[in-house]
Design a protein. Structure first.
Length: 141
């Protein structure tokens, strides 16, 4: 995860790079309304992504830490995680929120393909102050 942010020049404060629970994901995603999927290929972790509650609203989930290593991008792995994430999120939330960067073209195209809409500002209670792009999707659609 950190390597992906470093590769994109996004290893800065206010991003997932500095999340205090980054090295305790197993514990973080043990809640019934949270789940994290890890992609492995030939015994090596190539990506992952999760859904968890958004801090300020129990009806909003957040797509969290969706990363695919650069060498494995373009093979549909992010789609696998996105499908699992949406299926899971619909069980617990009315909306799904994403904080990201405008410079992550591939990721933003993926989010738009799955029906996320840009919003003008972050939701109240955000933890990633460095992000400059915010998206929201109604899960009943």
């Amino acid at each position: 995860m950190q390597a992906s942010l470093e590769f994109k020049g996004l290893a800065v404060k206010g991003t997932a790079y500095y999340d205090p629970y980054l090295f305790d994901l197993f514990e973080v995603y043990q809640k019934p309304n949270a789940c994290y999927w890890v992609l492995e290929k030939d015994g090596k972790v190539i990506g992952g992504g999760g859904v968890g509650p958004f801090a300020s609203d129990k009806n909003i989930g957040e797509l969290q830490k969706l990363y695919i290593i650069e060498s494995e991008q373009g093979h549909g792995y992010a789609h696998l995680i996105m499908e699992k994430a949406l299926e899971f999120a619909k069980q617990y939330y009315e909306k799904l929120y994403i904080e990201t960067f405008a410079s992550l073209d591939k990721a933003n195209k993926l989010y738009m393909k799955y029906g996320f809409n840009k919003i003008n500002q972050p939701l109240e209670g955000t933890e990633h102050s460095a992000c400059n792009t915010w998206l929201l999707k109604k899960l009943s659609e």
